[in-house]
Structures are given as structure tokens and as C-alpha cells.
Design a protein around this ligand. Sequence first.
Ligand SMILES: C[S@@+](CC[C@H](N)C(=O)[O-])C[C@H]1O[C@@H](n2cnc3c(N)ncnc32)[C@H](O)[C@@H]1O
Length: 232
Amino acid sequence: MRRISRLRDRASGSAASSPTETDRVRGHYDARAGRYDRRIRAPERLLFGGGRAWACGQASGAVLELAIGTGRNLHAYPCDIRLTGVELSPEMLAVARGRARRVGRSVELRVGDAQELDFADGSFDTVVATLALCTIPDPRRAVDQAFRVLRPGGRLVLLEHVRSPNAMVRGVQRLLDPLFVRLEADHLLREPLEPVLAAGFEVESLERSKLGLVERLIARKPDHVGTGADAD
Ligand SMILES: C[S@@+](CC[C@H](N)C(=O)[O-])C[C@H]1O[C@@H](n2cnc3c(N)ncnc32)[C@H](O)[C@@H]1O
């Protein structure tokens, strides 16, 4: 499977999605899982205040959270949804399991790769991702997979930090990006809207805040489509 994936990456000229980069990201988060919650608290308050409640409030029916991390959204979902979470790092997922027990949230948590989801086409009503596409090595593949596993009419909900349209802020992001990618496995210059449109989603709403650094996006899989572009 890995060999096939490597060959496909080579054929498409994509180094970003190579197993090496995915392994590096997994190792990065495995090593930092114990301190993730402490470290994210301040930037989260500064940039994403109310964002988790907003994102989870959009969810209904069968819900898949991509890159669920330590489960920081668990308490914010409505009670009547059926939640599944996928996460690359087993250590992050172990923290999420503890949190699910503490908050009493029933959730199916799986180690998995958002770039190669192990779910049948059309399995979910909502796919949620928060602070995730900045880290997933190939966000295009992850969004294609979200499209595939959503039922027609299903919705993708994203809360992300993105490339700012403000030239000065973007300049600072350009300077810091190589450092963040290397040290934090975090890409500062990504634009989730691009893969979302490329996958075939229709944008329902898009809001930018914090000098254009933070994006809240809701996109809908059209009613009259089958599977996504990457349904292999
Ligand atoms: C910045 S953390 C965000 C965690 C969580 N979504 C949150 O809102 O706190 C990024 C997470 O993405 C996960 N991740 C990165 N690449 C992934 C992939 N290909 N599949 C699943 N999870 C991935 C990392 O392991 C990490 O837990």
C-alpha cells in the first residue's frame, strides 16, 4: 500500500505527501502529545476564541473529525451526533481517549491518515477539521477524501489559520513559514479554499478574521455527485 502511494506521489511530482513527511508529522506529534494542550491554549485564545464551538455547532448526523488530535473539540459537539475521530498520532489519540472518558462523550477514535481514509464513500453527514489542514502533509488529498466520504449534500466544516491577504502579515508569514514547517510541522501559507474548490465542493460560507489569518469555512458536497476525485 505504501509502495503504491509512494509511486503515485512520484508520478504526480508531489514530495509533500511522501510517507517520509507523513511519518515525520506523526513522530512530531507523538513526541509532543503530552504538552500539546498546554502549548495550544494561548494561541487558541488569541486567534480562535469561540471557533471550536462554532465548528462543532455546525455538525449533525454522522460526523467525522479529521486529525482530532487530543480531542479538544469533544465537549463542544451537540449531544445527538454520532462522532468518529481519525488521528495520525497514536500518542495524541491516547490523550483524546482520556478526554472522551472525562467529558463522557461517546466517540469512535481511530488511528488513521486523513489522506487515505478507511471509510466507505458517502459514510458521513458532516466532516469537521480544526487547525488540521495546516499540518496534514497533503491537504489536497485530505480534502478529496473528505469529499469522498461525505454523502451528497453533506458538509465540510473548517476552522484553520491561513495565508493572510494583508501584504504585511503575509510577508511575516513568508519569513516564518520555513521555520514553522521544520520545527512545528505547521504550514503558515496554506489556503484551504483552493483544495475545497478543486475537490468539487460548493462554498456555503466563508469568514475571515484576525487580519485574515483565521478562516471559518462551510462547504457542501453537491447533491448530484458520486464519489470524490481521489476515490481509489
Ligand atoms: C495542530 S494539531 C490540531 C489538533 C486538533 N485538530 C485541534 O483542533 O486541536 C494537528 C493534528 O493533525 C494531525 N495530523 C497531521 N497529519 C495528519 C494526517 N495525515 N491524518 C490524520 N491526522 C493528521 C496531527 O497528528 C495533529 O494531531
